[in-house]
Ligand binder design. Structure first.
Ligand SMILES: Cc1cc2nc3c(=O)[nH]c(=O)nc-3n(C[C@H](O)[C@H](O)[C@H](O)COP(=O)(O)OP(=O)(O)OC[C@H]3O[C@@H](n4cnc5c(N)ncnc54)[C@H](O)[C@@H]3O)c2cc1C
Length: 551
């Protein structure tokens, strides 16, 4: 951590040198001594220090400076480093000015020049002030800081991305924290541009893409080789399981993930039905362990890299990425899973990220402390979210279209026992309202058509799952909803799919294109469970090895 600074300003170079020398001698080991000879330059420097998240323990400022008096400087410096101690260096004639500044700028002390000998006239005063500062100072957070508002979708995405990579960050809400607001406007020429991300090395990014953020945070975003045996697209449970098995079998394997490893499972605060974890495991924890395990077997995992298309050249499969680069391989595993599609009812699109979140209870929950929130959906994902949110929110209302929850029994029991949770069954969400953030939702009972309005600070959506198969549209056969067909599901009346070039049937998890396999939630017939995705990922690798042997 950077040392806290003792900041001194005097326009007289002789005096400045003398004070710098005396400060360095006594405090140089524990404090950084910054000396500047002019008020405005000092203010500019202070702003840079604040952006770098450095801290000032003490200002030692000359009162009589030509462009800006010491009192004027301290008045402007105060909001930037409000906790720093303030000492004014005065001449005899300035005594009244110093007394006035005690109230004006919260002056802690004034000292008449000259201060010789420092051991008697300077150090005892400063020792006391610094001891006082140390006892009360809140030292600055040293990691990445994200400044934004709760109502900004891009701020939410940045927080989510960092959280899912287990990169710690400090959230600065510019609406409730004036210092954060000032920091943002200072680096954006007076404008409020969010999210603004401050890095410990002093650099700043405004509205970064996930790709830029990943690179800056030191995540791997580029493949090390041009060619792999296997490229796995998607790092959810299916992709990560395949990554572990493929790596352990010695296949040169690359995983492409457009966001962060973990997939939908990382939205789950507690997965309780996955083998081997009797007290449950969070999706993030599971993903973190899987990533470590896969990397141990030399599998490369790229973050913030989206695959957009796959093309075929003889026995090679070419994966085209969103950044227009390409990666060649022998086999591809589609493990792109599914996602919640956006609500179409009035008001929903405008409030996306401004109180309306899709499958995001984990990241946002703490911000809704003491507020009323709504969860939409009746399956396990919605049930888990409601239970997790009830730890923070004052009330959680769960809207379900059907007469009964479809979640597993253990979750339904927990939902019913929780006093903060209300289940509204047979209920459709019909409208979402709010000026620049969610304020109210309108629901209808689909049995008696009764319409109700519910006040809510946030709406967490867990309905409308959609397979992520766009990148193979027109290449591999899918059902009408977009789920990718594999193995026996491709055979119609025992006949192989049209255009199938081989003298064998497609393998169990092989798509209608030889060498392209699918596993997990993107695949037709899967059971939308972590364990199934993991199992399919592992089986796919066995089949891929069989395929590779035939080349
Ligand atoms: C909130 C929640 C709670 C859940 N709780 C449980 C539970 O308790 N127990 C249980 O068994 N199941 C649970 N599930 C279901 C379970 O998480 C899923 O069945 C499982 O994650 C599916 O795994 P997958 O690897 O097939 O796909 P996903 O988990 O969907 O992962 C797919 C990955 O592919 C990436 N991707 C997609 N397209 C591309 C592309 N073009 N390029 C690069 N990457 C791409 C995505 O970003 C994603 O990371 C829950 C789901 C949710 C949403």
């Amino acid at each position: 951590m950077a040392k806290p600074a003792i900041f001194t300003i005097d326009d007289d170079p002789m005096v400045l040198n003398a004070i710098e020398r005396d400060l360095r001698k006594r405090y140089g080991q524990d404090y950084r001594i910054v000396s500047v000879n002019q008020g405005q330059a000092a203010l500019n420097f202070l702003k840079q220090m604040s952006q770098r998240n450095e801290t000032v323990a003490l200002f030692l400022v000359d009162q009589r400076m030509p462009q800006m008096s010491g009192t004027e400087f301290l008045a402007q410096a105060r909001p930037i480093f409000s906790e720093a101690k303030r000492l004014l260096l005065t001449a005899y004639a300035d005594t009244q000015a110093a007394i006035d500044s005690i109230n004006q700028v919260g002056l802690d002390y004034y000292l008449m020049k000259p201060w010789d000998p420092p051991e008697e006239r300077l150090y005892p005063v400063l020792d006391e002030m610094l001891a006082d500062w140390k006892a009360h100072a809140r030292l600055p957070y040293e990691g990445i800081r994200v400044a934004g508002t709760l109502w900004s979708m891009q701020s939410h995405e940045v927080k989510d991305f960092l959280a899912r990579h287990q990169i710690p960050y400090q959230w600065l809400d510019i609406e409730s924290n004036p210092m954060a607001h000032q920091l943002v406007t200072e680096v954006n020429q007076g404008d409020v541009v969010i999210p603004t991300v401050f890095f410990p090395d002093g650099s700043v990014m405004t509205q970064p893409t996930l790709r830029d953020l990943a690179e800056k945070a030191g995540l791997q975003t580029r493949a090390e080789r041009p060619f792999y045996d296997l490229v796995i697209i998607g790092a959810g449970p299916a992709g990560l399981a395949a990554a572990v098995y493929a790596g352990s079998e010695g296949l040169r394997t690359l995983v492409l993930e457009r966001q962060a490893p973990g997939g939908q499972a990382s939205r789950s605060p507690r997965i309780e039905n996955y083998l081997g974890f009797p007290t449950g495991i969070s999706g993030d924890d599971l993903a973190r362990r899987a990533v470590t395990q896969a990397r141990r077997f030399n599998t490369e995992i790229l973050s913030a890299q989206e695959a957009q298309q796959i093309s075929i050249q003889h026995s090679y499969r070419i994966v085209h990425l969103a950044d227009e680069s390409e990666i060649s391989c022998y086999a591809v595993l589609l493990a792109t899973g599914a996602t919640f599609h956006l609500l179409k009812m009035p008001g929903a699109a405008a409030l996306n990220g401004a109180g309306v979140y899709y499958g995001a209870a984990y990241t946002e929950a703490t911000y809704y402390q003491g507020k009323d929130v709504i969860v939409v959906g009746g399956a396990n994902s919605a049930g888990q979210a409601a239970i997790y949110l009830s730890r923070f929110a004052s009330k959680v209302t769960v809207l379900m279209r059907g007469p009964e929850p479809t979640a597993s029994k253990y979750l339904v029991d927990e939902l019913r026992e929780n006093e903060k949770i209300e289940l509204l069954l047979d209920t459709d969400l019909i409208e979402v309202k709010g000026q620049d953030r969610l304020e109210e939702v309108i629901v209808r009972n689909n049995q008696n058509n009764e319409i109700r309005s519910l006040r809510a600070a946030a709406l967490f959506v867990f309905i409308g799952v959609e397979p992520q198969s766009k990148l193979v549209a027109g290449l591999a056969k899918c059902d009408e909803k977009g789920y990718v067909l594999t193995g026996v599901d491709l055979l119609v009346d025992g006949k192989r799919p049209e255009g199938w070039p081989l003298e064998r049937d497609p393998y169990l998890l092989e798509t209608s294109v030889p060498g392209i396999f699918a596993a997990g939630d993107v695949r037709y017939g899967t059971s939308h469970r972590v364990a199934s995705a993991v199992g399919e990922g592992a089986i796919a690798v066995a089949l891929i090895r069989q395929y590779l042997r035939s080349l």
